[in-house]
Design a protein around this ligand. Sequence first.
Ligand code: ZN
Length: 315
Amino acid sequence: MKNGKVSYPYQKVTDFFVQAMQDDDIPPWEKPWISNGTSTHRWNGKEYRGLNWLMTLSTGREGPWLTRKMINAAGGRIKKGEKSIPVVFWKISGYKVKDEKGAETDEVRKSFTMFYYRVWSLEQTTVPKSKYPKWLKEARAKNKPKKNGKALAKSVKESTMAFVDYIKREGIEVKEGSDRAFYRPADDSITIPSESQYKSSVEYVRTRSHETVHSTGTPGRCARFDYDARINPFGSEDYSKEELVAEIGAAMLDAQFGLRRPKVDRNSAAYIKSWAKRLKDDPKLIVSAAQRAQKAVDYILDRKFDEQEPTNGSD
Ligand SMILES: [Zn+2]
């Protein structure tokens, strides 16, 4: 950060989220997930990840998403008055580390610079149906919104299987039946009320996913706890950052299994106000939280990804 200012893309992204939160009166990470299988996808069928996943999801629009160039190439145009959203990518460059005297050493480190470009949702364009890619037609036919109980039960079951797989792999202890939910780093345990204490299985899973994401913060896993988590961290600045990671991560995790987010019972206006302020005060917060959340989810699901989004809007 130079002169206490963050670079323009960070400000742009933060403004987008703050505006979206105020317009809809719901934080982006609590938006109901649209289960048509395309809402967070690019025109080539690949799904956005991390921040871009959250950004596209938070619009509540169906995807896929296209740049102006892609829209033109597909013989369409942007409908009058339709607004784009920013999505980001990173450019990596190497620099030589300097020693105490300011002379360059042979040690090369990577630096990441964030840029953004603009995309529109397909529904905001006039791209003709004949130009729709094959994957899109297939995804729409396959992913009709799942409303029946059977599909929901299947999603819950798959999410539970992934959870069990993770806690076994990591040797995490799970204590059920308490009336509180929390992760305790001191003995690497997740405490959670039992499923019957919740109004629905989706709400139970939501809480479980939240605590599961917290459990990835330890030094041996994603090493996110930059505070001593054994000291009561509630209310601290770092703790609120970690809360954001857990909320976004839980949303990502639940979406993996097609679970629509339940509405949370709380004073939404106060919640929005407090997060909008935090985001404004630290324009890097949402970017870093979304990245950390994605990393946590990949860790839980034991997946490896090439972290980079394409370096331009052409694919
Ligand atoms: Zn939490």
